[in-house]
Ligand binder design. Structure first.
Ligand code: SF4
Length: 435
């Protein structure tokens, strides 16, 4: 990506656009620098997620930060457009000029944009941008979606495809790593690109379009693999596809007798909650049993819009689980993670996995030590509801699959007794006779 490209055009011209993107004309307001540099007025500039007594927000009303953002940057856009997922996709912030009008870019962010190179594409929905701090480059949500020059740093142990997915792809866009499960990469398009994406080698490249011929080849492979009982549809983001395309895939999967279980892996309810329409829910509930893995990163993502989206999905009978990547200076401390898992439970989302960040090329600034993940689990287990505690996993490099890790609770043995450590650090004897 050359400087000119990011300056004058979408960050990646090869990026596959979603179907039916809106054509509404749009112009950013010119915002005086004095406002952008101030911290006393306008949208909040720091974390807007009080740590105590969070309640699921009232439905139908955006947070104050989102309302202020709209007044500033989209004053003439009516609710009917703002709440339309196609409008949100069509107006994603993708250009340098757009980004500079909204954020005060740090020198590091400017350098990332200027050097570009092979960086993951950049794209953020207006809705999600409304949650990002205008002035603080260390804001957790901003760090997760705005490029940093540290993405250009490569360290030993990193790889473009650390999970070895390409080596387990019998047809393009289908990963078959476990005997009874496959991963169907339905599209490589995402509404918002996460800077730490495990599939950054693929997403936004336009190489995995949701075209019938490509998808039919993947479906045919599944039809011929009777051991496959579980299909995870991911990407990219499957909810970035049209209703028709999604239903086309689901109906064909459901027609395969040995496919028992279908899952959707998506971040759309978090970055594009407008996507969860009543029509989408009607489609999804036609294809039960259908489960959904949502990708949450931080408690600030739990907004009224996201709560409403999760409620619609849960009311459609879809079990919701959250997958969270452990990210340095984003969510790598117990209070933040505890707040996130509590908010998720209140939105009827079960914290499912906490992932150690994969060693993707250019991800060293996001990765923590493994000990940090264990410390967080230790800070949750026993200190809060069991349903709130995710399983901490490392996806083994090279395709070894997920390996769960947990703090040691067996601390030894005393004859016929096992010595077990509880969440307070106290040791208990449990009868466990030796044979
Ligand atoms: S939504 Fe998922 S696939 Fe898309 S960029 Fe984020 S992590 Fe990657």
């Amino acid at each position: 990506m050359s400087t000119a490209e990011i300056s004058d055009s979408p960050c990646r011209v090869a990026e596959e656009e979603p179907p039916g993107t809106a054509t509404t004309s749009f112009a950013f307001l010119q915002v005086p620098d004095s406002f952008l540099l101030s911290t006393g007025e306008g949208p909040p500039t720091g974390p807007a997620w009080p740590l105590l007594a969070w309640k699921p927000p009232r439905r139908g009303r955006s947070s104050s930060g989102t309302r202020a953002f709209r007044r500033l940057y989209f004053p003439d856009v009516p609710d009917s457009q703002w709440n339309d997922w196609r409008w949100q996709l069509a107006h994603r912030i993708r250009l340098r000029a757009e980004l500079e009008r909204i954020l005060v870019l740090s020198p590091d962010e400017q350098e990332a944009i200027e050097r570009g190179g092979d960086l993951l594409p950049f794209g953020v929905t207006p809705y999600y941008m409304s949650l990002v701090s205008r002035t603080d480059p260390m804001d957790p949500l901003r760090r997760s979606v705005v490029p940093s020059s540290l993405e250009l740093v490569r360290v030993p142990g990193e790889a473009d495809d650390p999970l070895g997915e390409d080596a387990h792809a019998p047809v393009p866009g289908l990963v078959h790593r476990y005997p009874d499960r496959v991963l169907l990469l339905a599209t490589d398009f995402c509404a918002t690109y996460c800077r730490y994406c495990t599939r950054s080698r693929v997403v936004g490249q336009g190489e995995l379009p949701p075209r019938e011929d490509r998808l039919e080849a993947a479906l045919e492979y599944i039809r011929r693999a009777p051991a496959v009982r579980d299909v995870l549809i991911s990407g990219g983001d499957p909810l970035a596809m049209s209703d028709d395309r999604l239903e086309w895939i689901l109906a064909r999967l459901r027609a395969i007798p040995h496919v028992e279980f279908v899952r959707l892996g998506t971040k759309a309810p978090v970055v594009l909650p407008q996507r969860v329409t009543p029509q989408l829910c009607r489609i999804l509930r036609r294809h039960h049993p259908l489960w959904m893995s949502l990708h949450f990163t931080h408690p600030a993502e739990c907004t009224p819009e996201v709560h409403a989206a999760c409620t619609r999905l849960a009311d459609a009978g879809i079990p919701l689980g959250s997958q969270t990547v452990l990210l340095r200076d984003v969510n790598d401390n117990v209070p933040t993670m505890r707040e996130l898992v509590h908010r998720l439970l209140l939105m009827r989302v079960r914290p499912y996995y906490l992932y150690q960040c994969d060693p993707i090329s250019g991800s060293s600034h996001f990765r923590t030590s493994v000990a940090k993940g264990l410390e967080i689990i230790e800070g949750l287990r026993g200190h809060t509801s069991g349903y709130a505690v995710p399983t901490f996993v490392i996806d083994a490099p090279g395709g070894g699959g997920k390996i769960p890790l947990q703090p040691d609770s067996v601390v030894g043995r005393a004859g016929d007794f096992l010595l077990l450590r509880n969440y307070e650090g106290r040791v208990f004897r449990y009868p466990d006779p030796l044979e």
